[in-house]
Design a protein around this ligand. Structure first.
Ligand code: G16
Length: 551
């Protein structure tokens, strides 16, 4: 196999725009949209090679920069079961993206030789894009890469990231997971949601009369905004979604899940009435956070990924108990998880909890170690996974006459809940329906949900440095191993604060170092974050202005 055509088209139309190295990071490649044409063309070829290595299974490619500003863009590869690209392939992606134009053909040839790939004619790649202005041109580059490599390609146009993950899994399971279309996706989720709401009624497990079916949703002006009306049409009166930031404004600008989580305030231009239930998606609708203004205290309260994880895990734990089956459940978090959430999981829910580095790929992998693994990043990115053997056990038990009726009913309910959950990746739409179903089932409003535990005040900051790779971390990113002396200096600062905790890590999606701090008061959390940011600036080569002291 040669890559003559790939090399020629690569040099002519998709030549490298610059020689700045680029790396496959937390969620694929991310940078300014105008720097990515050659990278995405090359990823089309790489996806075809990955498909060949997976016996012709369809590989997905999503063009998006998710929570990043509108002028950025990115690309991530999706493996056959809808999960993130196997980490062992990230180095191939980085190598192929950076190789000089003149060496592209030979580098690809060396790669297929090393992998034992003889032909790409049976390879299949499915792709989609978000709504960024740079996405259509990048989609053309991707299609060119796939086709020039000799693979078959399917263009799904505008999709949310989790919709593409779902479709890839459906294709590769020959429809067993669902119909491999956007329509199939909505049918599966809304079908489960409607069934669950009705089951709750007919089985008289809880009345639903006081559930307020009115949700206010900020779609970050992203791709999710266009999908909500489709969802709404299928849900009717069961859930009335009042949409803002539907795509008519600037993507992720002063809105969206990342803005709300990091700034700890509502999207700009939005005024919350006390008690209203609000949620925000991010730009490609794979994250969601909830929030509200307290009826009594009139304060802003955030229900982030940690609060969603504890709600979902508590609900699933009770349901598993009702089945009487031996199915274990665990929660996976990252260092960003609020200290109070981890204590609540351990002391109140009494569920095992694991901590892994940032990045859904790490959480997903760890969650697979449990029969039911609930994973969420504090930023609202997460889902729940159910092992094949537990799913099969539930399917068997639902018909098992040796079990009492209440147990069989719980199995039936749990199977239906599993259908509501996107098993491939964190999904804002699926998570939203899951939260809404649980709140309705428990007859809870947001205030009741929020009461589970009180977050420790916390603050996140970004520091710009010359080269963020000077910061290396260990212990699931909770400690910095380089530059020398930084961790000791952080520890000395943290020791001065009651319930203080802080860590720093290089972002995998933006050219910054992230700083996280929590303490027993908002002022203390802000001060600790600022002091640690100054340490990073001074000890890790800060550029531009020194971090500013909190006001
Ligand atoms: C991506 C990843 C998330 C990660 C986030 C921030 O989210 O999928 O797992 O938490 O980036 O990563 P970092 O702190 O390394 O920049 P998204 O929604 O942007 O795809």
């Amino acid at each position: 196999m040669d890559f003559v055509d790939v090399q020629v088209a690569g040099e002519k139309k998709y030549a490298k725009q610059d020689d700045i190295p680029i790396q496959y990071g937390t969620a694929g490649f991310r940078t300014k949209g105008n720097r990515l044409k050659h990278v995405i063309y090359r990823m089309g070829v790489l996806a075809a090679i990955r498909s060949a290595c997976k016996n012709g299974a369809t590989i997905g490619v999503m063009i998006t920069a998710s929570h990043n500003p509108e002028e950025d863009n990115g690309v991530k590869l999706v493996d056959p079961m809808g999960e993130m690209l196997g980490p062992e392939w990230e180095k191939y992606a980085t190598e192929i993206a950076n190789v000089p134009d003149k060496e592209l053909g030979s580098a690809l040839q060396a790669l297929v030789k090393a992998l034992g790939v003889a032909s790409l004619s049976k390879s299949r790649v499915a792709f989609a894009r978000d709504t960024r202005p740079s996405s259509p041109a990048l989609a053309e580059a991707l299609e060119a890469g796939i086709k020039t490599a000799g693979a078959q390609c399917q263009n799904f146009g505008l999709l949310t990231t989790p919709q593409l993950h779902y479709i890839v899994r459906c294709i590769n399971t020959n429809g067993e997971y669902g119909k491999p279309t956007e329509d199939g996706y909505f049918e599966k989720l809304t079908g489960a949601f409607i069934k669950l709401r009705n089951m709750r009624k007919t089985k008289k497990m809880k009345t639903l009369e006081s559930y307020n079916a009115c949700l206010y949703l900020d779609a970050a002006n992203g791709v999710g905004g266009g999908k909500v009306p489709v969802l709404q049409a299928k849900l009717g009166e069961l859930l009335k979604i009042n949409l803002v930031n539907d795509g008519s404004g600037k993507l992720n600008h002063d809105c969206g899940a990342d803005f709300v989580k990091v700034q700890q305030k509502p999207p700009a231009g939005v005024s919350l009435a006390p008690g209203q239930r609000w949620a925000s998606f991010d730009g490609d609708a794979d994250r969601i956070v909830y929030y509200f203004l307290g009826v009594t205290d009139k304060k802003f309260h955030l229900l982030d990924g940690d609060k969603i994880a504890t709600l979902v895990a508590g609900y699933l734990k009770d349901l598993v108990q009702e089945t009487g089956l031996s199915v274990n459940l665990g929660i996976v978090q990252t260092a960003y998880a609020n200290g109070s959430s981890t204590s609540y999981i351990t002391d109140t829910l009494k569920v095992p909890v694991a901590c892994v580095p940032t990045g859904v790929k790490h959480l997903h992998h760890k969650a697979q170690e449990f029969d039911i693994g609930v994973y969420f990043e504090a930023n609202g990115h997460g889902t729940a996974l159910v092992s094949d053997s537990s799913y099969a056990l539930l399917q068997k038990s639902v018909k098992d006459t040796k079990l009492i009726e209440k147990q069989r009913e719980a199995c039936d309910l749990l199977l239906c809940v599993i259908d509501l959950i996107n098993q491939t990746v964190g999904d804002a739409i699926s998570d939203m329906l899951l939260v809404e179903m649980i709140l309705a089932g428990l007859d809870w409003d947001v205030e009741q949900w929020n009461k589970a535990y009180t977050d420790l005040p916390n603050r996140q900051l970004k520091v710009k440095v010359k080269d963020r790779s000077v910061i290396q971390t260990i212990d699931a990113e909770r400690k910095a191993s380089t530059p020398p002396g930084l961790q000791n200096a952080i520890d000395d600062l943290v020791a001065q604060y009651t319930r203080g905790r802080s860590f720093v890590r290089p972002s995998g999606t933006e050219d910054v170092v992230r700083v996280y701090a929590e303490a027993d008061s908002p002022t203390a959390a802000d001060k600790l974050a600022y002091e640690v940011a100054v340490l990073v600036y001074k000890m890790a080569g800060g550029v531009g202005e020194e971090p500013k002291a909190p006001e």
